[in-house]
Design a protein around this ligand. Structure first.
Ligand SMILES: [Cu+2]
Length: 114
């Protein structure tokens, strides 16, 4: 994951942007590369851990074809700590992610039927 994600981001940038050459160099640098931030994507996964102090949630998510993410377990930042209140470890969830390499952010999340 740590090695593959920047490559995946670069692939997405290459596919979407005429500024790909410049954007690849800055992929993963928060705020530096608007071209490296494609539209939000929908994912499904299982909550493996929640860290309220960091505002992160670890999801074992399925592959997300639209942003070329393979299935993996990863810790994600959340747009708001409130997002963590409605879910718990073990929940199967549907989530919205704003992909940006290791700084990808969950912007919405809800538990699916248990
Ligand atoms: Cu992932």
């Amino acid at each position: 994951m740590k090695n593959r994600l920047p490559f995946i981001v670069a692939m997405v940038v290459t596919a979407l942007s005429p500024l790909a050459a410049a954007a690849q160099d800055m992929a993963g640098m928060p705020g530096m590369s608007p071209a490296a931030a494609p539209a939000e994507a929908q994912g499904v996964g299982v909550v493996k851990a929640i860290d309220p102090s960091k505002g992160t949630i670890t999801l074992q998510h399925e592959a997300i074809a639209s942003i070329r993410w393979p299935a993996m377990s990863m810790a994600l930042k959340t747009a708001s700590p409130d997002l963590l209140k409605g879910v718990k470890v073990g929940d199967k969830v549907q989530f919205t992610v704003k992909p940006h390499g290791m700084d990808s952010t969950v912007t919405a999340i809800e538990a699916l039927q248990r």
